[in-house]
Ligand binder design. Structure first.
Ligand SMILES: [Zn+2]
Length: 307
């Protein structure tokens, strides 16, 4: 059941190649392309681009923190058996990435292909380690979607037109999201984002904000008291109103900081690294959470109300 029109000769060649590879007779229902995706935003992109043609496994369970994910044997099997695997690369998830090295099939590393707001390769970033949080920037997410499309098309060239169409639709939505972020984060009273872990660096540089985190680009359960003192001072100096924390991290640190800085509010942003059980139950996904983050950031920075 092909949805694309393909010249007869191409079908005959595909059938010949298919039977050579033992893939069954032409016209038989094809099984879905099995795809392993390292964590939520990558699985989201693979699912949207692959549509009905793919069967996507997200290797990071609901509510888990992907930075230091260890794979159980079932997840490892799925990663090894998938026709194509997508990982962020550059050691964001060392255990997942070294397991992916054992695969026979192709593994696409996404990070090395992306170019940030300053026109530099994201993976060339050196100081303090590489910032993996590209999916929180709609423009970098759009590039990531393009890489996912290329990876799926290479693994399954017969469906490349479908992947291209799906990727374009998703990239159009991401362009609209970028426009919304840009419009909403213009003319704000403040530009300093204080966060529990520095997940919003690409967002900050894309939209002219500045981010200071209690922990660095990896969440850190034991923050440095000196760092907390500096941040409390910085927050007072800049009239910060809100300390951002996140669902998967204990709010204690953000609450301490908010109190030390003179009674600030705390608010939860989603780093979108995995969906929580609550978010899943509420059918939240990439766009709902990105829009919710935008509203919370805009409120905290005193941005003009939405027109
Ligand atoms: Zn993170």
């Amino acid at each position: 059941m092909r949805r694309r029109r393909v010249p007869l000769v191409a079908l005959l060649i595909a059938a010949a190649v298919g039977s050579t590879l033992g893939a069954g007779p032409a016209g038989a229902a094809r099984s879905k392309l099995s795809v392993a995706a390292a964590f939520y935003p990558v699985a989201f992109a693979a699912q949207r681009v692959g549509g009905a043609r793919v069967d996507v496994t997200n290797l990071t369970p609901v509510g888990a923190e992907p930075h230091d994910l260890e794979l159980d044997s079932d997840q490892l099997d799925r990663l090894l058996d998938a026709k194509v695997a997508f990982v962020l690369g550059s050691d964001f998830q060392p255990a997942v990435e070294s397991a992916a090295d054992r695969r026979d099939g192709p593994t696409v590393e996404l990070l090395p292909e992306l170019v940030d707001a300053r026109g530099k390769k994201v993976a060339d970033e050196g100081e303090g380690g590489l910032d993996p949080h590209v999916w929180l920037d709609p423009v970098l997410m759009s590039q990531l979607v393009g890489e996912v499309e290329r990876g799926l098309a290479a693994a399954d060239p017969r469906d490349s037109a479908t992947y291209e169409k799906n990727a374009q639709a998703l990239q159009d939505q991401l362009a609209a999201l970028d426009a919304r972020y840009r419009a909403r984060l213009t003319g704000c009273a403040r530009n300093l984002l204080v966060t529990s872990h520095e997940a919003f660096g690409y967002v900050a540089s894309r939209y002219g904000l500045r981010q200071e985190g209690v922990a660095g680009i990896s969440p850190d359960p034991e923050p440095d008291p000196k760092r907390l003192g500096e941040l409390a001072q910085l927050a007072r100096d800049h009239g910060v109103t809100t300390v951002f924390t996140e669902e998967a991290v204990s709010p204690r640190v953000a609450q301490t900081l908010a109190r030390d800085a003179g009674g600030l509010e705390t608010e939860v942003l989603s780093p979108l690294e995995s969906l929580t059980t609550k978010e899943r139950a509420a059918k939240a996904g990439y766009f709902t959470l990105m829009n919710a983050n935008l509203d919370k950031i805009a409120n905290a920075l005193g941005c003009p109300p939405r027109s």
